[in-house]
Design a protein around this ligand. Structure first.
Ligand code: NAD
Ligand code: UFG
Length: 342
């Protein structure tokens, strides 16, 4: 079987996907510049699967490095492209860095696949950020794009446009863009998980760090939203379920089952959960205490979004297997492990 290239494969979602791909019998090559991850993750993947994926430290935005990578692995024609900068706030401060990194990486990979492969398969990490604050909920794949609220969000919208146009002009390229909602949690083995650098932006790592005593208290951004308890609503789901969606998407293209050469799927639990519900569920399943206080809304946050996942359920046969409680418990197990808490 040909090798699958995972860009950004030592990152949070990429590492969980590497595990699921290896478990499904695929050979994985990871390329990552380690700007937001560590090569230690490869050992975690090996401890879970018994296989250490091949690893190349390189920057996908650097064409020379990518040419060397494709020369070294000439049979690579399937790519799962995770590599991107993803901090929404930072992207507002450093828009050029985000456009350069996220868009150039994508273009380099597409040029190389186009040049070298008679048939190529590409899974892209898109985001529900492309919907902004939707007019109707739950949001379907046919809901319109909304203007992006950050350069990061705009890179996802632009990337989808680039992919759609590339597929249109190509006889060899197939693409599945997965629009992730809010992946959380860690592998049940606690060998890999989310490793935010510095102060976490995201809710669940902030909660687990607070419960572990690394942070004093959780700040909940806004309790005056038009939601049942006033806190914002998102669609949280287990990262292992997300990882499995990538395997299914890839197999769909490899086995020639795509209905169109460019396909888009929402990937989430299909349920809207408030921040306070996350806090209460976390406390219940872990038996920990959690200090929190309400502060003002975070700039750029939307009020509520959750997915209509019927397309992924019916077309891909993908359904999340883990509950919210399991996802939160796995995040806690991972936090305890990295903090040496018994
Ligand atoms: P992550 O930061 O953990 O993983 C991304 C990896 O890409 C990191 O290991 C980083 O070092 C690497 N990387 C970044 N730029 C690179 C480059 N130019 N060359 C090589 N490697 C590079 O992030 P994640 O949460 O695993 O996200 C993976 C993808 O999913 C990203 O594209 C992100 O935008 C997208 N996404 C994530 C979420 C989420 O909630 N985590 C939601 C929607 C979409
Ligand atoms: N929140 C808090 N306190 C915190 C962190 C978050 O109250 O310390 C709240 C946020 O205001 C939001 C919810 O928790 O209401 C979820 O916030 P996250 O930052 O975890 O997730 P977002 O939905 O804001 O953003 C995530 C990714 C983005 C991506 C977006 C859409 O972090 O990269 O989903 O895919 F663009």
């Amino acid at each position: 079987m040909s090798k699958i290239l995972l860009t950004g494969g030592t990152g949070y979602i990429g590492s969980h996907t590497a595990v699921e791909l290896i478990n499904a019998g695929f050979e994985v090559v990871i390329v990552d510049n380690l700007s937001n991850s560590s090569a230690d993750v490869l050992n975690g993947i090996e401890r879970i699967t018994g296989v250490k994926p091949e690893f190349v430290k390189a920057d996908c935005a650097d064409m020379e490095s990518m040419v060397s990578l494709f020369n070294r692995y000439p049979d690579i024609c399937s790519v799962i492209h995770f590599a991107a900068l993803k901090a929404v706030g930072e992207s507002v401060e450093k828009p050029l860095q985000y456009y350069q990194n996220n868009i150039t990486s994508l273009l380099n990979l597409l040029f190389l696949l186009n040049e070298r492969c008679a048939a190529s398969n590409f899974v892209f990490s898109s985001s529900c950020t492309v919907y902004g604050q939707p007019d109707n909920l739950p949001v379907t794949e046919l809901s319109p794009y909304k203007p992006a609220s950050s350069p990061y969000g705009n890179t996802k919208k632009i990337a989808e446009d680039i992919l759609r146009d590339s597929v249109h002009a190509s006889k060899s390229l197939k693409v599945v863009a997965l629009r992730y909602f809010n992946p959380i949690g860690a592998h049940p083995s606690a060998e890999i998980g989310e490793l935010p650098q510095g102060k976490p932006d995201n809710l669940v790592p902030f909660i687990t760090q607070t419960a572990a005593g690394v942070r004093d208290k959780l700040m909940i951004f806004g309790n005056d939203y038009n939601t049942p308890d006033g806190t914002a609503i998102r669609d949280y789901f287990h990262v292992v379920d997300l990882a499995k969606a990538h395997v299914i998407a890839l197999q769909r293209m490899i086995e020639g089952k795509s209905k169109q050469n460019f396909e888009v799927f929402n990937v989430g639990a299909g349920k809207g959960i408030t921040v306070l519900e996350i806090v209460e569920t976390f406390k219940r399943v872990t038996g920990t205490k959690l200090n929190y206080e309400f502060i003002g809304r975070r700039e750029g946050d939307i009020e509520k979004v959750w997915a209509d996942t019927s397309l992924a359920n019916n077309e891909l046969g993908w359904n999340p297997e883990n509950s919210l409680g399991e996802a939160l418990l796995s995040a806690w197990r991972w936090e305890k492990k990295i903090r040496n808490i018994l």
